[in-house]
Design a protein around this ligand. Structure first.
Ligand SMILES: C[S@@+](CC[C@H](N)C(=O)[O-])C[C@H]1O[C@@H](n2cnc3c(N)ncnc32)[C@H](O)[C@@H]1O
Length: 238
């Protein structure tokens, strides 16, 4: 098992020129009128990179979702300079579905099943259950938490060619990716995945690579990110 190595960026995505250029390339192709991000954390990692990549053509709406009330409050303060960014407190997905997924997932329960993939903890089931309970920053899960934000947002935004960035709990990346695919169906959207070398999005990355409807624009398996475009079936897309 490979536990994730701590980096100078902590749990935030590491900024690189190549990643910024990949996001800018996606924005030029997609011209998104909406951004939906999961896993805001402090709003200083993926959120900031997306703001940088969309600076010349800001989307009409930008939603970013964070489970921990403590991180959410910090992100609101850190993003005051970008008033079009709406921070949402709560879970991207249904809480019961997330908890059931974490309890059942062989990659989390069995070290042999995940091989060399990175993971955040030696006790991942407990750690990810706490994280989707909003315990980030305090260690204390929250009893009542808003949930299923993706299901509330994406049906309303699916015609806006949304850029969807997935970077929430390591234990539910694959669940979140499948939820996005279910909700977006054949619509056009961009995808920014962080942690493709981690239990979080390894399966999402394998799936998108095998999907002819998805064009992989750029990726870095060492840094752990991928940027891709889902084109509508039967439509040409420049
Ligand atoms: C890896 S960090 C995100 C890092 C951030 N994107 C960055 O680059 O700085 C994951 C964050 O997702 C939050 N989180 C966990 N499960 C979530 C969920 N289901 N929905 C929304 N946020 C979630 C955690 O509290 C944590 O702050």
């Amino acid at each position: 098992m490979s536990v994730r190595r701590p980096t100078e960026h902590g749990i935030s995505v590491a900024r690189s020129e190549r990643l910024v250029e990949a996001l800018q390339g996606l924005v030029q192709r997609l011209r998104p009128q909406a951004v939906v991000e999961t896993g805001t954390y402090l709003g200083l990692g993926t959120t900031r990179l997306i703001l940088e990549a969309t600076a010349d053509a800001p989307p009409e709406v930008f939603y970013t979702i964070e489970a921990s009330p403590v991180h959410y409050a910090d992100a609101v303060a850190n993003l005051l300079h970008a008033p079009h960014v709406h921070c949402l407190w709560g879970l991207s997905v249904d809480r019961c579905a997330a908890e059931a997924f974490i309890r059942d997932d062989a990659l989390l329960r069995e070290p042999a099943a995940r091989g060399e993939l990175f993971i955040d903890s030696d006790t991942p089931v407990e750690a990810y259950l706490a994280e989707v309970g909003g315990a980030g920053g305090t260690g204390q899960a929250v009893e009542i938490i808003p949930e299923a934000w993706l299901e509330r947002l994406l049906p309303r935004l699916r015609e806006k060619r949304p850029l969807i960035a997935l970077d929430s709990a390591g234990g539910i990346g694959w669940l979140e990716y499948r939820e996005v695919r279910r909700l977006m169906g054949e619509a056009v959207f961009g995808l920014f995945l962080d942690d493709i070398n981690h239990v979080k999005h390894h399966r999402s990355f394998v799936h998108l690579r095998s999907d002819p409807a998805i064009e992989l624009l750029a990726h870095d398996e060492t840094a752990g990110w991928a940027v891709a475009l889902h084109a509508a079936a039967g439509r040409t897309w420049s």
